[in-house]
Design a protein around this ligand. Structure first.
Ligand code: PEP
Ligand code: MG
Length: 579
């Protein structure tokens, strides 16, 4: 009999996936105390040694597959792990715990881990403290091998065509998932604005996030149906239900073909308003998706992904190489590079703000950059150098005051002076824009617009901060409402400030790529959208069908009422009447 788990559906292009479940082990592996008899110690020792051998073998295999242009720090990171695995300090104590105390291999390793972590916790030196994480990570790898939970995202091609079911997907896992052609994604954590949801959109796959306890209810490899339209994961589906979903899959493929026909059409509404449709990406490899979507350029390049999965931040040359590669591949189309937006949900190793109580309100994004210039300046210098190569724009995340813009302008001016002294080229007029994703910025967007060359509305964070809902917390997902009158007021305010100051305003939050809001946004006067590449053609289809004057008339009174029910009623009518 079919049974269903509920969560929040995510999928801008595809809504249905059918495939085998690929269960990933949850977070920490829990090891309980266990001892073996004297006659079992030899086989226990052998089990431990085999797991260590396998762990070293896996690392060596990864080391061999690393592409030549990989930064040396990443190679060094793997070498360090190999050295730790070969070091007697880890294995000799574990072996004596097995031999002399009769501990089971997992338990002995766990005891050794706890002892080593205590030593590292007492160390003040920040570099040595990072080795703590290395130990933790490696012990987890060996424990996975010992407990049979060895499956990682990157170790199996069988992921292709499968539906990955995980407790959570870390930002670092996103890189790995991008290398596979998974059919769907289901996570126990995460809301519609979480990075898992954004990842699913960037992969163009249907997903259900925030499906609590789903992993414990499913069996590995059993056939699943993911329905992102209503946020359900179905298992043990009756033949009739399965057949119905197979039909829907075929229909979606047919719709894909129809959408493909729009690829080269300009995005112009029925009443002749030209709409700019740009793409959001995170990696140079994603440029391929930008081309396939027919985007007018890149409206949001999230550069913080350059900082993930490594011990030290990228240097200027590394930044420059990435920006150069992206610009070259874009063939003259504009690229908006957002300066690093680390912190809160996008953390990485060794951030100064890590461990602060409320990271979403802490030292993140532009605040972090201005307090840690040594983190920011190599990026800024690389961006300015790359500005000589093509239409590059710089965008600042999480602005909350005009002063922050002025500080960045001062840093840009001094960096440009340095570049001039060093004889390096740059565009002296490189446009500087800012993201409006904090209510304070939305309220002072007019003075901000006067200091900036363009604005971009980041609805993911703007919704989080305006409605006070943690974007990562699935428990408050039910409060996520992009049509909330408070949010619409802020969007209208930003668009008005843009029109009055002659500053272009775009939107690059997920809302821009959700087709159910395209008419609303067009009616509010938005003409510049940036979204996951997979959302672009469905949004274009809505644009081609729309009449902005009609939408404006229908929405003006409703929005001015600030009444959620009236607004929702008008939106439903619009959806019904426009097909
Ligand atoms: C946003 O907040 O809307 C946004 C686009 O930025 P991110 O999702 O990377 O925080
Ligand atoms: Mg944001």
């Amino acid at each position: 009999m079919t049974f269903a788990c509920l969560g929040t559906g995510v999928g801008s292009r595809r809504h249905v996936a059918i495939g085998p479940a690929w269960l990933l082990p949850g977070g920490e592996i829990v090891i309980t105390p266990r001892w073996v008899t004297a006659s079992e110690t030899d086989s226990e020792l052998e089990r431990f040694r085999a797991a260590m051998r396998d762990a070293r073998g896996e690392l060596r295999a990864i080391r061999e597959q690393i592409p030549e242009d990989t930064p040396s720090d990443i190679v060094a990171f793997i070498d360090t792990h190999l050295l730790i695995l070969q070091d007697d300090a880890l294995s000799s104590v574990v072996e004596s715990l097995i031999r002399e105390e009769g501990c089971a291999a997992e338990w002995a390793l766990q005891l050794r881990r706890e002892a080593l972590l205590k030593v590292f916790d007492a160390v003040e030196d920040p570099y040595l403290r990072t080795r703590r994480d290395d130990i933790n990570h490696l012990v987890n790898q060996v424990l996975k091998l010992l407990t049979g939970q060895r499956r990682d995202l990157d170790d199996n091609d069988a992921l292709d065509g499968g539906i990955v079911v995980a407790h959570d997907i870390s930002p670092a896992d996103i890189f790995v998932l991008k290398r596979h052609r998974i059919a769907g994604l289901v996570t126990e954590l995460g809301g519609p604005m979480s990075h898992t949801a954004i990842l699913a959109n960037s992969l163009g796959i249907p997903a259900v996030v925030g499906a609590r306890h789903v992993a414990s209810l499913l069996r590995d490899r059993e056939l699943l149906i993911v329905d992102a339209d209503n946020g359900t994961v179905l298992a043990e589906a009756d033949p009739g239900i399965l057949a119905w979903y197979h039909r829907r899959l075929r229909e979606e493929r047919g719709e894909d073909a129809a959408l493909h026909a729009l690829l080269t059409l300009p995005a112009i509404t029925r009443d002749g308003v030209e709409i700019e449709l740009m793409a959001n990406i995170e990696l140079p490899e994603d440029v391929e998706l930008v081309h396939r979507s027919g985007a007018d350029g890149i409206g949001l390049y999230r550069t913080e992904w350059l900082y993930m999965n490594r011990d030290t931040p990228p240097d200027e040359e590394e930044h420059f190489a990435v920006y150069q590669r992206v610009l070259e591949q874009l063939d003259g189309k504009p690229v908006v590079f957002r300066t690093l937006d680390l912190g809160a949900d996008k953390w990485c190793e060794n951030l100064p703000s890590q461990g602060c109580r409320n990271p979403a309100l802490g030292l993140r994004a532009i605040r972090l950059c201005l307090t840690e210039p040594e983190l920011f300046l190599p990026q800024l210098r690389a961006l300015l150098r790359a500005s000589a190569l093509g239409p590059l724009r710089i965008m600042l995340p999480m602005l909350s005051s005009v002063d922050e813009v002025r500080q960045v302008r001062a840093l840009i001016a001094s960096t440009q002076r340095q570049l001039r002294r060093d004889g390096l080229a740059f565009d002296p007029e490189v446009p500087l824009g800012g993201m409006i994703e904090v209510p304070a910025a939305a309220l002072i967007c007019e003075p901000l617009a006067r200091e900036l060359d363009f604005l971009s509305i980041g609805t993911n964070d703007l919704i989080q901060y305006t409605l006070a809902i943690d974007r990562m917390d699935e428990e408050v997902t039910y409060l996520y409402d992009p049509t909330h009158p408070a949010l619409l007021q802020l969007i209208r305010n930003i668009l008005r400030a843009g029109a009055e100051t002659g500053t272009p305003v775009s939107m690059c939050g997920e809302m821009a790529g959700e087709t159910q809001y395209t008419r609303l946004l067009l009616g509010l006067g938005l003409t510049r959208f940036s979204m996951q590449p997979s959302a672009l053609l469905p949004v274009k289809q809505r644009v081609l069908d729309a009449d902005t004057e009609q939408l404006d008339r229908a929405l003006r009174v409703a929005c001015a009422s600030n009444d959620a029910d009236i607004i929702r009623g008008v939106l439903d009518d619009l959806d019904g009447s426009c097909g």
